[in-house]
Structure formats: structure tokens, C-alpha cells
Design a binder for this molecule. Structure first.
Ligand code: NAI
Length: 328
């Protein structure tokens, strides 16, 4: 029996993400939680003739507790999205508190669940989640994941747009964080190998780093990526559920607490001691099994990108940690 919960299920990401779960055949119960509209979203999804039993809750009458009890996997896309001109960091003020409160629920009601954080700024909300779990003495770094899959999905699409072929052909390691210059595509390590013309390299890197802005601009005030994010978030969740079910050899890039993941210490040393960093991580029955270290092979060009990434991430991580530790 697999129970999954989506917190923020009525939102732009939450609805299509819940739909993908409902039709996936991967979960036996899908539990939806939001501060608005979950009865409607739940009733709608419950008519799908899939195997998932859909339950839906609002905050009153212990809604969060009922959503989370017995959960194996919890995905959090709750919180406000960007409007034109906003950075992901601008969302911190509102989303930090939302993530803190929801993760407190996870710590109390399903501390062993895999926890996937989509809410931005991911660079800071994942450290917030880790601190909350630590405060409740239930932090297991192999079960906490910042979802950076959309950067990876975008990267293969944008690489294909430059070199031709189908986006599905390319696996692009994207490491670092999930915001502007903290997003570092390793185009020298694309599989299969690609040759990016030198005069197109800067533009391609920039497109991968700031691809989200294209959607924010096109939506013109109505939010950021939702459909591609739901796809990317579900792709990661599916990998995790399949790995937990015994499928081996699954590797997904994700933003993790390095010290607690096998192989992570080596990465931590290579990235100047940062506690959180996205790298390709092998998944297994208990979550993160091994962080891989792509840093020894990076080019000088990628080193210059990484320098900016480290500077940005350091502040983002500190901000998240201090948001919780300052509250005692
Ligand atoms: P949205 O505004 O459409 O939906 C957010 C939902 O969260 C709403 O239904 C709202 O009622 C709900 N919510 C607010 N406070 C809540 C609480 N305390 N408990 C439960 N639910 C609550 O926003 P959208 O477009 O779905 O984006 C959600 C988040 O995902 C944003 O922070 C956005 O920046 C982030 N995002 C992350 C990406 C990534 O790659 N990790 C990509 C795109 C967006």
C-alpha cells in the first residue's frame, strides 16, 4: 500500500500533479490538502476510474493530520508563485512560514515519509524543512529532497533546440541550486555527448538558468511554471516510488543535505563546505542511496559558473536555517 499526499493540492502545480498521481497506478491512496478548494479538486479526481482512493482535506477538524497519517510520500507545492519582476527569493517572506508549518505536520504525523519540497525558494525552503525535522528529532537526510527536476527537464529540451534531435535523448546533469545563477548545467557531461557551438554556450546556459522567467513573462502576472513543474515533480516522485519498490539503478538530480547522504561528504568538500547542493543521486528502497560527484570533471567554464553558484547558495541556505533557529 502506498499513500501519497500533495500539500497545496488546489494550486496551479498541485492540481495537475495530483492528476498525474491519480492516473499513475503507483499509489493506493492520494490525499489532498490545501487551505482552499480541496473538496472540489478531490471530488473531481475521485471520479477517475484509477486504483487510487482520493481523500481531500481543509485545515479544520485536524485536516493536516488526517492528510498525513500513514503517508509514504509527501509533496509540497504550497505557497505563492512569482509574478513578473520577482526573484524566487522574493517569495521567502510568505513561503518560509508555509513550509515550516506543513513540515511540522510531517514531523508529527508521518516522520518516515519521503518529503519532496517544490515550494520556492527551494534553496532556502529545503534547509527550513531540515531544521524543522531536526527540532523534532526525526531528520533523515536520505528522505528529504528539494525538487530541481524542472531544471533538468528544461535543460534537455533547450539542448535539443540547439543541437537537434529529440529532447528525450539527452540527459543533462544540472547541479547546484534552483534559482538563477545557482543553477549550473554541466553541458560538458551531457549524455550522449553534445558539441555546443562556442558562440551559443552563454545563451544556452542563461536559458537553462532563467528558463522559468520565460514562463513567468508569458503568463503575464498569472504565476510561474505549473504544468511542466507538475510533470517534472511527478517524474521525480515516480522514480522514488519505483526505487522504494525495488527497481535499481535509478538516478535523479535533487537538492539534498550532503552530510547525511552516502557520497555527500565528498561533494560537500568539493563545493566549499555547503550543506545543501543538487547533484545526481541514486535512489533506493530507503530514499537517497548515493550522491554522485560530477565536480572532478568540470571544465574551466563550468568552474566559473560554480563560483557564482556557491556565493548565491551560501546566503540562501543560511537564510533558511536562520529562519528556524532564530525562532528557537
Ligand atoms: P498557486 O498559487 O497556484 O498554488 C499554491 C497553492 O498553495 C494554493 O492553492 C494555495 O491555496 C496553497 N497554499 C497556500 N498556503 C497554504 C498552506 N498553508 N497549506 C496548504 N496549502 C497552501 O502556486 P503554484 O504555481 O502552484 O506554485 C506553488 C509553488 O511552487 C510556488 O512557491 C512556486 O514558486 C513553486 N515552484 C517551484 C518550482 C520548482 O522547480 N521547484 C517550479 C515552479 C514553481
Amino acid at each position: 500500500m502506498v499513500k501519497a499526499a500533495v500539500l497545496g493540492a488546489s494550486g496551479g502545480i498541485g492540481q495537475p500533479l495530483s492528476l498525474l498521481f491519480a492516473v499513475s497506478g503507483l499509489v493506493d491512496e492520494l490525499s489532498l490538502y490545501d487551505v482552499v478548494n480541496t473538496p472540489g479538486v478531490g471530488a473531481d479526481l475521485s471520479h477517475i476510474n484509477g486504483k487510487a482512493k482520493v481523500t481531500a482535506y481543509l485545515p479544520p477538524n485536524d485536516g493536516l493530520q488526517k492528510t498525513l497519517e500513514g503517508c509514504d510520500i509527501v509533496v509540497i507545492p504550497a505557497g505563492i508563485p512569482r509574478k513578473p519582476g520577482m526573484s524566487r527569493d522574493d517569495l521567502f517572506k510568505i513561503n518560509a512560514g508555509i513550509v515550516r508549518d506543513l513540515v511540522t505536520g510531517v514531523a508529527k504525523y508521518c516522520p518516515k515519509a519521503f518529503l519532496l519540497i517544490i515550494s520556492n525558494p527551494v534553496n532556502s525552503t529545503v534547509p527550513i524543512a531540515a531544521e524543522v525535522l531536526k527540532q523534532h528529532n526525526v531528520f533523515d537526510p536520505t528522505r528529504l529532497f528539494g525538487v530541481t527536476s524542472l531544471d533538468v527537464v528544461r535543460a534537455s529540451t533547450f539542448v535539443a533546440a540547439v543541437v537537434g534531435g529529440s529532447p528525450t535523448e539527452y540527459t543533462v546533469p544540472v547541479i547546484g541550486g534552483h534559482s538563477g545563477e545557482t543553477i549550473v548545467p554541466l553541458l560538458s557531461q551531457v549524455s550522449p555527448k553534445v558539441d555546443i557551438p562556442e558562440d551559443q554556450l552563454d545563451a544556452l546556459v542563461n536559458r537553462i538558468q532563467f528558463g522559468g522567467d520565460e514562463v513567468v513573462k508569458a503568463k503575464d502576472g498569472l504565476g510561474s511554471a505549473t504544468l511542466s513543474m507538475a510533470y517534472a515533480g511527478f517524474k521525480f516522485a515516480k522514480s522514488l516510488i519505483e526505487a522504494a519498490g525495488g527497481k535499481s539503478g535509478i538516478v535523479e538530480p535533487t537538492y539534498v543535505y550532503l552530510s547525511g547522504v552516502p557520497g555527500g561528504e565528498e561533494v560537500k568538500e568539493a563545493v566549499g563546505g555547503l550543506d545543501f547542493f543538487a547533484v545526481p543521486v541514486e535512489l533506493g528502497p530507503n530514499g537517497a542511496v548515493k550522491a554522485t560527484n560530477p565536480l572532478p570533471q568540470v571544465t574551466d567554464y563550468e568552474k566559473s559558473l560554480l563560483k557564482k553558484c556557491y556565493e548565491g547558495l551560501e546566503g540562501n541556505i543560511k537564510k533558511g536555517v536562520e529562519f528556524i533557529t532564530a525562532q528557537g
